[in-house]
Design a binder for this molecule. Structure first.
Ligand code: AKG
Ligand code: FE2
Length: 328
């Protein structure tokens, strides 16, 4: 039996980002990310260039949002978002990953790419205008969140480039193969709040075990909290993924898993409840929803990102009584 890992790797990607780095240093980043993505599907990413002040600011905004009165949050409920755009506030107990579990305790504020209501795609799946709380001035909330979103898009692009360079040479694909996936990407960012659960219920999770639907997820965790765990099949154990100063948790989503025929792993993970409240921000770099492409290892078959994400959303929200059946 393989040894039980105590943690997932931490990888400093600064050598990749820095134009003055040597080819060998860049290759080391590619090799480390390759190892993490093929082994765990997860790693802690340092050297990403996003400042500690920005990270702090995002948590301040999140706390401010989730402290608004419930009526005000419900004024911008996802139910009120245009068509199937899925923007705005989702109250707790809405998403359910397994029939035998209770729905997730998390509450969420979802921000996506800013797509105006008169855009031809507005109202289609994941496309449309964001909903913003009216009581917080735009300069204090919308603007810093959109600035963070653009930093996340840049980091997502960087990660896809590194992953592209790590694909097996025998596949004969360009290291830029993920460029078309990164074009005009769907980028739902979920600000998450988990209320403290002083009484443990084994059927209750912050987020039940699941894999992420899209390409790459960039997760910001609040320091001093715990809850996130990733499944490691060789030892059949859950590895805790605690928050680490100045790092983001990066994980591979289903789409990159399917696109690479399982080479890069989309690993199951979950958030357990604790007696302390917790904030996190998950940025889902889903990718180009119009992408249809042959599987990269040449084994045949085609992937279709839009179809895949739509099906996963129906599967996990469908059990919730309201919202999604009518929307997806
Ligand atoms: O809050 C977290 O740590 C992870 C959340 C998560 O896995 C998700 O929203 O998909
Ligand atoms: Fe997740």
């Amino acid at each position: 039996m393989a040894e039980v890992p105590q943690q997932i790797p931490t990888i400093d990607i600064s050598a990749w980002v820095n134009p003055a780095s040597s080819a060998a240093d860049k290759q080391r980043v590619v090799d480390e990310v390759h190892h993490a993505a093929t082994t765990y599907g997860f790693f802690q990413c340092a050297g990403h260039g996003i400042t500690p002040e920005t990270r702090e600011q995002i948590f301040d905004l999140s706390k401010r949002f989730f402290s608004l009165p419930m009526e005000e949050r419900m004024e911008i409920s996802v139910k009120k978002s245009l068509g199937q755009s899925f923007r705005g506030y989702e109250p707790p107990f809405l998403q359910n990953h397994h029939k035998h579990l209770l729905p997730d305790t998390k509450e969420t504020f979802v921000v996506g790419a800013e797509i105006p209501a008169d855009h031809p795609d507005a109202g289609t799946f994941l496309n449309g205008p964001n909903l913003w709380p009216t009581s917080i001035p735009e300069d204090d909330f919308r603007k810093p969140l959109i600035s963070y979103q653009s930093q996340m898009v840049a980091l997502g692009n960087t990660l896809l480039k590194i992953l592209g360079h790590g694909l097996p040479k025998s596949w004969n694909c360009s290291p830029d193969v993920f460029d078309s996936l990164a074009e005009n990407p769907a980028i739902p960012m979920r600000m998450l709040h988990y209320a403290a659960q002083p009484v443990h219920d084994e059927k209750q999770f912050g987020v039940g075990a699941h894999t992420d639907f899209g390409s790459v997820t960039i997760l910001l965790q609040q320091l001093g909290t715990k809850g996130l765990e990733v499944w490691y099949p060789p030892t059949e154990t859950w590895i805790p993924v605690p928050p680490k100063e100045n790092t983001f948790v990066i994980n591979i989503g289903d789409f990159v898993d399917r696109y690479t025929n399982g080479y890069y792993r989309s690993a199951r993970h979950r958030v357990i409840t604790t007696d302390k409240e917790r904030y996190s921000v998950a940025f889902f770099f889903n990718g180009n929803m119009k992408l249809k492409a042959p599987v990269l290892d040449g084994s045949g078959g085609e992937v279709n990102l839009g179809d895949h994400i739509r099906q996963r959303a129906i599967a996990t929200y469908g059990a919730a009584p309201t919202l999604i059946e009518s929307k997806v």
